[in-house]
Design a protein. Structure first.
Ligand code: 13P
Ligand code: ZN
Ligand code: NA
Length: 283
């Protein structure tokens, strides 16, 4: 069965590795990252955005994730990414999601605290993980667009106060990464991660995982980032492999052919991200 991501992430932070949370958009993407987790003995967080919840439907996603968890030997959690809608969070928890992100990073601190507290209260009773964001991660994720000059970094003292006030189980502080592919290298404030980690015991979450160079990922993880979100790179790899397939085999119209190719590409990329975060053989 699906389990809460909290114990997985607490263990990851304690041991100094990171668990990768993959945003999946189709059943094949979900199966591909599960295969990667099984093969590499990695704990896994399956993740969907609000857009994907609307696209596939909560029950289809939860159903597929539960099937994966039942068949797999590795622990699997199902997480709702960047959600601003309290009602949708409740629906997802009811359907079997074991982790949710309440994203109020666009609102002032007090409002963020208030909404996060509300979600934590319900989630605690249902043994569901809660993640919240402080500062604003730049870039584009689904319908959330944050221009570079509007992105702000999380304040370490606010992070500490936020965790104390909300009791949130995991925290995503903005530290310089962004959603999407970077122009050049991300400008990560490692000193800030260190300060936040020294004030906050809960596992930290690294957003904007696509495009972060290996050495930087490893440094973030070693400083307390226990979860890394990967969306864009996986989505692009999936779609580009299909594009290439159709160019090379214009007459092959069998979904089982082209989806097998795309699945393998996604699986290989997932394996690589798990290796970067050091979670292989941790399940
Ligand atoms: P990327 O699209 O940069 O991988 O970011 C993923 C993310 O943070 C999802 O919440
Ligand atoms: Zn994100
Ligand atoms: Na990114």
């Amino acid at each position: 069965t699906l389990i809460s991501s909290t114990p997985l992430l607490v263990e990851a932070r304690k041991q100094g590795y990171g668990i990768v949370a993959f945003n999946v958009h189709t059943i094949e993407m979900l199966q591909a990252v599960v295969d990667a987790a099984e093969e590499s003995r990695s704990p896994l967080i399956l993740q969907t955005t609000v857009g994907t919840v609307k696209h596939l439907g909560i029950e289809y996603i939860a159903g597929a994730a539960k099937t994966a968890a039942r068949q797999a030997r590795v622990p699997i959690a199902l997480h709702l990414d960047h959600c601003q809608d309290f009602e949708l969070i409740l629906q997802c928890m009811r359907a079997g999601y074991t982790s949710v992100m309440i994203d109020q990073s666009m609102h002032p601190f007090e409002k963020n605290v208030e909404m996060t507290r509300k979600v934590v209260e319900v989630a605690r009773a249902l043994n569901v993980n809660v993640e919240a964001e402080l500062g604003k991660v730049g870039g584009v994720e689904d319908d959330i667009h944050v221009e570079d000059d509007m992105a702000t970094l999380a304040d370490p003292i606010e992070c500490q106060r936020f965790v104390e006030l909300t009791g949130v189980f995991t925290l995503a502080p903005a530290i310089g990464t962004a959603h999407g592919i970077y122009k050049g290298e991300p400008n990560i404030d490692f000193k800030r991660i260190q300060e936040i980690a020294s004030r906050v015991e809960v596992p930290l979450v690294l957003h904007g995982g696509s495009g972060i160079p290996e050495a930087q990922v490893k440094r973030c993880v070693s400083l307390g980032m226990a979860k890394m979100n990967v969306a864009t790179e996986l989505k692009n790899a999936f779609t580009l492999s299909l594009k290439q397939f159709f160019t090379e085999h214009p007459d092959n119209l069998d979904p089982r052919s082209y989806m097998s190719v795309a699945k393998e590409v996604v699986k290989q990329m997932a394996l690589e991200k798990m290796r970067l975060c050091g979670c292989t053989n941790k399940a």
